[in-house]
Ligand binder design. Structure first.
Ligand code: DCT
Ligand code: MG
Length: 510
């Protein structure tokens, strides 16, 4: 039986504000050594100050709790330069070198950019004797006007890896995952869309006012944002992280070959740890799960870019040994610029090969690697692709191309990077690799589909269906009004068919 559920989705009740201890961040890497920031609490308040301090520290800024003579930048809100000077005098603290006196908008821009931004006149606080504080509103702290134009579709937003709202998106990613584990599809979509839209914002949400006009933020989502702004964390997320079902599912699904169905079964049987599952004699594992357990440590440790590049060289070598004209493209998260991934995805296509040559390629590559001792596991899925089949209407449908899910035995001497993290004696690492083979004329659709992110793909399909009366999947684009397939040689052409501005791969991290 499931443990009794704390109702994680009920709107939160107002609780007394918690400040201080919750906010204090652990010492984190300081990226910008020349800059020592102090945030003035006066007129800003303890909570907002702590929140800003936390955000700035996460981005690598050195933010001091106390004023000292090492402070180079003093940041204030709703204070004039004169107010700050006056306050400084009262502190009786020697501030030796003249610190910069700046409006909070400067720090917010820095947090957004992930690095110090240039200080301009609009940031600098003015010192004027006749400035009464009530008449100095400081620089406008309004949102960029672009906020009103944010689309509800991820394919109409540019989402780079520079996430200004990680504190919120982490929370929604966890809540979405929990809903997925509980097969609560509607809430899962709600949280995924909220996380996605927040990842695209060029600024950090600091107050509820900043959320105005942003799509995909319903009342449930806004309650959570508000709580994080006020308390630095969400009680719902905390409850999920402590929830036994969530913890177990997270653990079980971290094994290659274990999905929701198996996790559910093991959870219901009372299992809570992997070692108990592994050593249970009554359980039957699939070949995939056995490989998942065997190489568990390597597979959970994620793939670095250097490792992905090393795999890429070996994939190209092997593929081109059989089809010299073949194109091998690294897709998935690495094509979007990610530095880490759970696997490495490749799309293979060859302009000059026959259907037979195409069909035999992946098996030939597997045989070659097996002979060389580079293969720990593979599962080759034959193509069910049919040229005239209409694209699938399902947003999460699997495609029909021939593909191979495998675990590669990567010799570490092939990895071009500092290997100090590897224990002595370790000469290889198990790496999850997906190879997809597609007909040359479908390469643009396959590339678009396999580049992701998953949320970006879902919204592309949703957009095609609802806004253009077209159906898009990894194989084709079909215009329902004209009843024709729209051909494309490149991703740019697919975006053009859909009437969308082109979004570069590194802007698809939705
Ligand atoms: N994809 C797809 N059909 C599948 C699986 C994936 O169209 N059956 C798409 C969606 C994203 C992309 O391929 C790559 O998938 P993943 O490797 O799961 O995601 P990722 O973005 O590469 O992230 P990760 O770093 O976790 O590998
Ligand atoms: Mg991937």
């Amino acid at each position: 039986m499931d443990p009794p559920q704390t109702s994680p989705l009920s709107p939160r009740k107002k609780r007394p504000r918690q400040t201080g201890a919750l906010m204090a961040s652990s010492p984190q890497d300081i990226k910008f050594q020349d800059l020592v920031v102090f945030i003035l609490e006066k007129k800003m308040g303890t909570t907002r100050r702590a929140f800003l301090m936390e955000l700035a520290r996460r981005k690598g800024f050195r933010v001091e709790n106390e004023l000292s003579d090492s402070v180079t930048h003093i940041v204030a809100e709703n204070n004039s330069g004169s107010d700050v000077l006056e306050w400084l005098q009262v502190q009786k603290i020697q501030v030796s070198s003249q610190p910069e006196l700046l409006d909070v908008s400067w720090l917010i821009e820095c947090i957004g950019a992930g690095k110090p931004v240039e200080m301009t006149g609009k940031h600098q606080l003015v010192v004027r004797r006749d400035y009464s504080d009530s008449t100095n509103p400081g620089p406008p702290k309004t949102l960029p006007t672009a906020v009103q134009k944010i689309s509800q579709y991820a394919c109409q937003r540019r989402t780079t890896l520079n996430n200004c709202n990680q504190i919120f998106t982490d929370a929604f990613d966890i809540l979405a995952e929990n809903c997925e584990f509980r097969e609560n599809e509607d809430s899962c979509v709600t949280f995924m869309r909220a996380a996605s839209v927040l990842k695209s914002l060029p600024f950090t949400i600091i107050s509820m006012k900043d959320t105005e006009g942003i799509p995909c933020l319903g009342s449930k989502v806004k309650c959570i944002i508000e709580e994080i702004i006020e308390d630095g964390e969400s009680s719902e997320v905390k409850a999920v992280l402590n929830d036994e079902r969530y913890q177990s599912f997270k653990l079980f699904t971290s094994v290659f070959g274990v999905g929701l169905k198996t996790s559910e079964k093991w959870f219901r049987m009372g299992f809570r740890t992997l070692s108990k599952v592994r050593s249970d004699e009554s359980l039957k594992f699939t070949r995939m799960q056995r490989a998942g357990f065997l190489y568990y440590e390597d597979l959970v440790s994620c793939v670095t870019r250097a490792e992905a590049e090393a795999v890429s060289v070996l994939v190209k070598e092997a593929v081109q040994a059989f089809l010299p004209d073949a194109f091998v493209t690294m897709t998935g998260g690495f094509r979007r610029g990610k530095k880490m991934g759970h696997d490495v995805d490749f799309l293979i296509t060859s302009p000059g090969s026959t259907e037979d040559e195409e069909q035999q390629l992946l098996q030939k590559v597997m045989n070659l690697w097996e002979k060389k001792g580079l293969l720990l596991y593979y599962d080759l899925v034959e193509s069910t692709f049919e040229k005239l089949r209409l694209p699938s209407r399902k947003v999460d449908a699997l495609d029909h191309f021939q593909k191979c899910f495998l675990i590669f035995k990567l010799p570490l001497q092939r990895v071009d990077s500092d290997q100090s993290s590897w224990q002595e004696g370790k000469t290889w690492k198990a790496i999850r690799v997906d190879l997809v083979m597609c007909p040359y004329e479908r390469r643009a659709f396959a590339l678009l589909g396999w580049t992701g992110s998953r949320q970006f793909e879902r919204d592309l399909r949703r957009y095609a269906t609802h806004e253009r009366k077209m159906i898009l999947d990894n194989h084709a684009l079909y215009d329902k009004t004209k009843r024709i397939f729209l051909k494309a040689e490149s991703e740019e052409e697919i975006f053009a068919h859909l009437g969308l501005d082109y979004i570069e791969p590194w802007e698809r991290n939705a």
